[in-house]
Design a protein around this ligand. Structure first.
Ligand SMILES: *Cc1c(COP(=O)(O)O)cnc(C)c1O
Length: 376
């Protein structure tokens, strides 16, 4: 596939660039009660568990909607009405979980640190020791706001030590960064079709303990976002409770095959790491600076500080790069003026080099001096 101004490569954290094979998988219709669609649903659920290391006693529960729907369903289904959720925050997606818990009437506490710092496991340890009312801890695996990777293994171990349940938003990590239930104890983990698995948007999923799904029956705040009922529905007849996103699921099945063919999450992570390295090396050579230091950055999305040249304006810069066939992503950090470039999607080194050329040309066209940056 060649990128054009109308179909640019998406250097974003999703929706992202998919393969022609994944898109072609959508080119037929399915009846939601047909045997082949029921088999497709089961196949996708099995492949999702494979990525998590085939954990015994866990199920994958797909859910219509974007990733936030899955996170909201996870919080509403697993945190009991008389429970207390502690959310670890170092970016917008942690804050979103607090907003969800408040909106659906769950008691919520937060433990916040700077967006440029990984979550503080010692502070978590102290808080869990002092507040016995906390029943659940929610953590963002990879905070897409900055691209920072949080210490999920340590968070899981500390949460387990205190006998609390862990809910994970692994949206921008699952499929590339390791998530293995043999070394990670979580009650539930949410992700979506259109990030590291490289499917099209429209589907979220939660991998959860069967015993927790059983115990959560009747707990959810919502009829449609009830994972326990969704799971029970699949167990009963293999069908979705409400109209499934049939084409999205078929594309997702194909994307999961693509992940396996590539060599699984380890190989995918390697490609993303190379995309990241090529990108950061090229951007630094132009004078750009990354927001996060090298030891904190994940290879999924990179935040760059905006040039200080007064001629720089993100919208003009975005449009100039877009005319050259690449879509960038605005910044979301509250502490600095920034923009982001994603390293995920069906893209490799050639596309990252193309993006660097497009950025260089765009800067020249707009007359922006970037060599000044990085010296301050
Ligand atoms: C993308 C993302 C979400 C979900 O966002 P949607 O727009 O609802 O798909 C949640 N958490 C994180 C960390 C994400 O990167």
């Amino acid at each position: 596939m060649k990128n054009t101004p109308t179909t640019p490569y998406l250097l974003t954290p999703g929706p992202l660039t998919t393969t022609p094979e994944t898109r072609a998988a959508m080119d037929r219709d399915w009846g939601s009660r047909d045997h082949d669609f029921i088999a497709l649903t089961q196949r996708v659920r099995d492949k999702l568990l494979d990525i998590a290391g085939k954990p015994p006693g866990y199920s994958a529960v797909p859910l219509q909607g974007s990733g936030t729907f899955a996170v909201e369903a996870m919080i509403g289904t697993f945190v009991p009405k008389d429970g207390k959720l502690l959310v670890l925050i170092n970016g917008a997606y942690g804050r979103r979980m607090v907003a969800i818990a408040k909106q659906i009437g769950r008691t919520v506490e937060k433990l916040e640190c700077l967006e440029t710092e990984p979550m503080d496991v010692d502070a978590l340890d102290r808080l869990l020791a002092s507040d016995k009312a906390i029943t659940h801890v929610a953590a963002v695996h990879l905070e897409t706001t900055t691209g920072i990777l949080n210490p999920l293994t340590e968070i899981a171990a500390t949460t387990r030590k205190h006998g609390r349940a862990l809910l994970v938003d692994s949206m921008s990590a699952f499929g590339a960064l390791p998530v293995d239930t043999s070394s990670l104890d979580f009650e539930a983990l949410a992700a979506s079709s259109n990030k590291c698995i490289e499917g099209v948007p429209g589907l979220g999923f939660v991998i959860a303990k069967d015993t927790s799904l059983q115990n959560a029956a009747g707990n959810a705040h919502s009829l449609s976002l009830d994972l326990a009922a969704q799971w029970a529905g699949f167990n009963k007849n293999g069908q979705w409770r409400f109209t499934p996103p049939t084409h999205v699921l078929a594309a997702f099945d194909k994307a999961l095959d693509g992940l396996r063919a590539e060599g699984g999450p380890t190989a995918r992570l390697k490609r993303y790491q190379n995309n990241h390295d090529v990108l950061v090396g090229g951007m630094r050579a132009m004078g750009f600076e990354t927001l996060l230091s090298d030891n904190l950055r994940s290879p999924v999305i990179v935040t760059f500080k905006e040039p200080t040249d007064p001629k720089y304006n993100f919208n003009e810069f975005y449009d100039a790069v877009h005319r050259r066939g690449f879509a960038l992503y605005p910044g979301k950090v509250t502490e600095a003026e920034s923009f982001r470039i994603g390293c995920i999607g069906a893209l490799g080194e050639a596309e990252m080099l193309g993006a660097l050329d497009a950025i260089k040309d765009a800067m020249a066209e707009l007359g922006i001096n970037i060599t000044k940056q990085g010296q301050g």
